[in-house]
Design a protein around this ligand. Structure first.
Ligand SMILES: Nc1ncnc2c1ncn2[C@@H]1O[C@H](COP(=O)(O)OP(=O)(O)O)[C@@H](O)[C@H]1O
Ligand SMILES: [Mg+2]
Length: 146
């Protein structure tokens, strides 16, 4: 499946995240791709709100991974600083891909695509003019590219 959404503001991107959260289940992985400032963390804020996370979701860049408590645990990973797949393994992030419990959202997922489960929801965020962003959602069905 593929779905394209154009958002006009950070609030609209958050609202999309809140909507997506309604469909997330234990073991799901959401893989985010997009340049710095494209809106990945903003989308994660929306997902967190949709999962009734009350803690403040910060950028995960400095800690590689944070887990927030909500309706489901939300594991927020940032692969930006991951140098290699071996490093990912060493710091133990593979345990969230997929998570045994809760939902994992990965920023810069393309950097570790070899570790992203087949059935992950991939979301690409692209700059358009001004505050507009094109957000493309894709989920591969098992065994064939959609
Ligand atoms: N439509 C939009 N969607 C998301 N963020 C937007 C949008 N328009 C402007 N912005 C701004 O762009 C920035 C996105 O930052 P952030 O979500 O941290 O990006 P990333 O995590 O991809 O680096 C924020 O300052 C946000 O206010
Ligand atoms: Mg970010």
């Amino acid at each position: 499946m593929e779905r394209v959404v154009i958002t006009e503001s950070p609030e609209e991107t958050m609202a999309l995240g809140m909507e997506l959260a309604q469909d997330l289940k234990n073991g799901d992985v959401v893989a985010l791709v997009g340049e710095l400032g494209a809106g990945k963390t903003t989308l994660v804020h929306g997902i967190a709100r949709g999962l009734f996370v009350t803690e403040n979701v910060a950028s995960a860049s400095f800690v590689l991974a944070r887990t927030y408590r909500g309706k489901l645990p939300l594991h927020h990973l940032d692969a930006y600083r991951i140098g290699s797949l071996q490093e990912l393994f060493e710091v133990g992030l593979d345990r969230y891909l997929p998570p045994e419990e809760g939902v994992t959202v990965v920023e810069w997922a393309d950097k570790i695509h070899g570790f992203i489960p087949e059935d992950a929801l991939w979301i690409a965020l692209e700059f358009l003019d001004g505050d507009r962003r094109r957000i493309t959602l894709r989920r591969r069905t098992r065994g064939r590219a959609a």
